[in-house]
Ligand binder design. Structure first.
Ligand SMILES: Nc1nc2c(ncn2[C@@H]2O[C@H](COP(=O)(O)OP(=O)(O)O)[C@@H](O)[C@H]2O)c(=O)[nH]1
Ligand SMILES: [Mg+2]
Length: 293
């Protein structure tokens, strides 16, 4: 019998959740940003380990922020928390224990979890050890604590062996050939959003979303049309930039990521439209796929 189950990846915004999953699957699927709160929805990333299947669920961060869109994002993370076989809780090694302690409180169903101390390449070995000791107060709560860095010294097996041990015996939930249950167009959308986070400063990326209007798979090229939605007229100007320089950069960055994933040529055409105050009311959010109750 194989092992298989859902593993929700949780932690504060910017803890390294999406990066870890891209690294584990060996391909870039999830969007990553140095800015917090980039991931908005749950997405499944499937990793085969020997003959077992792990369905990781990437989530938005656990945070306390009053904005409506952030409420949607927190809700996504909390749903993932209650509804899985195992949790990976990621805490950057330099963090105080407060995020972890608040997670313990939120984990009402007491779902088993593994603690990962992330970004250990940022500190010395001594600092890693002393942080591990601090967490030992909670040793009866976690199944294992593993220091990790996707930049150096960690092997996939260090994490995957531990995860698989804790999963139930179960037939595969998905075709072992696939890496994600996301539709390609949703991944394209995330790549464009990531390029906006990379190229546009301040609050604008947080008030921006992307709609994929059309993906036309021609024989030798994918033709993609997408609309960047902002919430104010002034933001439209910022996205386009002087002589359309900004939107050209966004388009080029996103196109390269798309081509890398699909292995095919892509032509990406971007439009910008203003949807006044869409992040500030439930209707606007709903129209973009973020249902807030
Ligand atoms: N130094 C270092 N940086 C990392 C590591 N993992 C992720 N990061 C960086 O942390 C930032 C946030 O990563 P992301 O995966 O988007 O975090 P998320 O919000 O938890 O999904 C990005 O700038 C990553 O490049 C790591 O192991 N070492
Ligand atoms: Mg993320």
């Amino acid at each position: 019998m194989t092992k298989c189950g859902y593993v929700s990846v949780l932690g504060r915004p910017n803890a390294g959740k999406s990066s870890l999953l891209n690294w584990l699957v060996g391909d870039k699927i999830a969007m990553v940003s140095h800015k917090a709160n980039a991931t908005r929805k749950r997405s499944n990333i499937i990793v085969m380990h020997n003959d077992d299947q792990i369905v990781f669920v990437d989530t938005p961060g656990l945070h306390e922020n009053e904005k409506l869109l952030n409420q949607f994002m927190l809700d996504e993370a909390l749903k993932a928390m209650g509804d899985c076989d195992l949790i990976l809780f990621l805490a950057p090694v330099t963090d105080k224990l407060t995020h972890y302690e608040s997670f313990l409180q939120k984990n009402k169903k007491n779902v088993k979890h593994v603690l990962l101390l992330t970004k250990i390449d940022n500190v010395s070995n001594d600092e890693v050890l002393s942080k591990m000791q601090e967490y030992e107060v909670y040793a009866d709560r976690y199944e294992a604590a593993i220091p990790v860095s996707i930049k150096k010294a960690t092997k996939h097996a260090d994490i995957l062996d531990t995860v698989v041990d804790l999963l139930p015996e179960h037939p595969y939930l998905f075709d072992p050939e696939i890496m994600t249950t996301e539709h390609l167009r949703d991944i394209f959308k995330e790549f464009i959003r990531e390029s906006i986070f990379d190229n546009i400063s301040d609050e604008i990326p947080y008030e921006t979303d992307v709609i994929i209007n059309k993906v036309d798979e021609k024989e030798d090229i994918d033709v993609i049309k997408a609309t960047i939605v902002v919430q104010k007229g002034t933001q439209k100007g910022m996205i386009i930039g002087k002589g359309a320089a900004a939107i050209k950069r966004i388009g080029k960055d996103a196109r390269l990521k798309i081509e890398k994933l699909t292995g095919r040529k892509a032509y990406l055409e971007l439009f910008v439209s203003v949807k006044k105050g869409w992040t500030k009311n439930k209707q606007g959010l709903k129209e973009l796929g973020y249902d807030v109750d």
